[in-house]
Design a protein around this ligand. Structure first.
Ligand code: FAD
Length: 457
């Protein structure tokens, strides 16, 4: 009887899972394993929203495996130690894992290879399943990564990818491999009340439901804040409950401009991954320095707190920051405008904003979060690094009748239409009784400070 271990990491699903697929073909029995290692905190799983979502993903994976005759083995402890112990307990000859893309994952792979090797167990590292196209699979001549999205997208679109794999029909797990109880979402304190259910089943249902009408509307509606027309699949992609490759295949099979626009967004995810894989230090340091001398964090403390708490006096900014707290998620257009507001209008270091996002986002990860923050702050890959998004212009364009603001800022619900975007302009009688702050900063002053700081005045 041959046995193999499959180590699940950021790929918590049964569909389109090459390591599981290969292990099931190669061995008579397979141990599906997930290790809750303290190191996954560093890998960005640790905020309450992500811990809660992770718990859902693990219990869904366990229940899908049980439907196929298997189960998920969860262990607590250092990942290399636990993998070695499980491999020894079940007499495995091989451990299968998908290639990681972060520095943490690469270190894990190296140590696994070395230490399993000492036990005579082979580590089989499969192609990455975290992105649709592996970081480094396409490169421009003379560089190890693309620094500009559009040429990357062109080359990425020409990669002929493998077909997504079906979920296995049955999984035989050997007896006698002890595991810990699965983490339970109910035990996670401090998660946002409006957090969605995690797991592959919920993710697949969401895609099936959304794609029926969402894909064809996507191109026209994805920037509309109130319409909420985007897929909301990012947390499922973050935990690997959905395969990005499968989503791309299914969207392409659907066809049409909406599906194309959706595929382009999924490519942004791969784009950032290939940048960070080539420049791991940019999760912390500027990708391109603009010689910013950001405001001192202590001096800007009140502004930062107002931004975090959704009390800046700019209703669209406040609506977005409150949505983040309530749902652990924020619309992409809203992320762009609140990030621009913090980094450019308030001239606060993007790392402070990125940290707050990582504390709350259920899809929060160092790759997409840090590099999108850098993109907005103008220290990243944006080809127009000094542009500033004016929150009023953004509000009028993407929330034209104020529905999004009224949804998240109850103090302003009595205000009709677009005047909700500028409550400070209301007549005194209309403003009376509104428990809502005046604007934190004059937009023109903010712009002048930013231009001066970047030497563009
Ligand atoms: P859809 O519009 O339905 O797009 C489909 C998928 O494409 C998304 O699920 C996502 O995986 C990917 N995608 C879309 N836009 C982007 C983008 N700009 N960059 C990378 N991938 C993208 N996304 C994260 O997954 N994690 C983060 O931590 C994160 N932090 C961000 C911080 C800032 C300041 C900004 C401006 C954007 C950030 N994004 C992040 C990207 C984007 O906002 C979210 O992926 C998107 O809002 C998720 O919603 P959705 O699934 O409905 O997206």
């Amino acid at each position: 009887m041959t046995v193999a271990v499959v180590l699940f990491t950021s790929d918590l699903r049964l569909h389109d899972h090459p390591p599981l697929h290969t292990a099931l073909q190669a061995a008579d029995e397979v141990v599906p394993l997930f290790v809750l290692d303290a190191g996954i905190h560093a890998a960005g799983f640790d905020a309450p929203n992500r811990r809660a979502f992770l718990a859902d993903c693990l219990s869904d994976l366990d229940s899908s495996l049980r439907h196929r005759g298997g189960r998920l083995v969860v262990r607590n402890g250092p990942v290399v130690r636990e993998v070695r112990a499980v491999a020894a307990q079940c007499g495995a000859a091989e451990v299968h894992v998908a290639a990681g893309v972060t520095a943490y994952a690469q270190r894990r792979e190296e140590r696994l290879r070395e230490e399993l090797g000492e036990d005579g167990v082979a580590l089989r590292v499969h192609e990455t399943v975290i992105t649709a196209v592996a970081p480094g699979a396409v490169t421009p001549s003379g560089s190890d990564h693309f620094a500009v999205f559009t040429p990357y997208f062109r080359r990425w679109s020409q990669v002929s990818s493998r077909r997504p794999l079906a979920a296995p029909r049955s999984v035989r797990v050997p007896d006698g491999v002890p595991g810990e109880p699965l983490p339970d979402r109910a035990d996670v304190a401090g998660a946002s009340p409006g957090l969605p259910a995690g797991g592959e089943t919920a993710g697949r249902n969401r895609f099936a439901r959304w794609s029926r009408s969402g894909l064809s509307r996507y191109e026209d509606r994805h920037d509309d804040l109130a319409d909420d027309a985007t897929s909301r699949l990012s947390p499922y992609l973050h935990f690997g409950a959905l395969s990005p490759l499968e989503l791309v295949h299914r969207a392409r099979a659907h066809g049409g401009p909406g599906a194309e626009a959706f595929v382009r967004q999924v490519c942004w995810r791969d784009f950032h991954h290939q940048v960070l894989a080539a420049r791991p230090e940019t999760s912390v340091t500027d990708y391109r320095t603009r010689h910013d001398r950001w405001r001192d964090e202590e001096d800007a403390a009140e502004d930062i707190a107002a931004w975090r708490n959704g009390r800046t006096g700019y209703p669209v900014v406040d609506a977005a920051m409150r949505q983040l707290r309530h749902q652990g998620w924020m619309h992409n257009r809203a992320r762009l405008l609140v990030a621009s507001f913090l980094a450019k209008t308030l001239y606060v270091d993007w790392r402070i904003g990125a940290r707050h996002f990582l504390d709350l986002l259920v899809d929060g990860d160092v790759v997409n979060n840090q590099l999108n923050w850098q993109w907005v702050a103008g220290t990243g890959t944006d080809t127009r690094p000094h542009r500033v998004l004016n929150p009023l212009v953004q509000a009028k364009r993407f929330d034209p009748d104020g529905t999004y603001v009224r949804r998240w800022v109850p103090e302003l619900r009595s205000l009709t239409g677009r005047k909700v975007h500028e409550p400070w302009r209301l007549a005194a009688a209309e403003r009376e009784g509104l428990d809502y702050p005046d604007p934190l900063v004059d937009l023109a002053d903010g712009l002048a400070r930013f231009k001066h700081a970047r030497g563009r005045d």
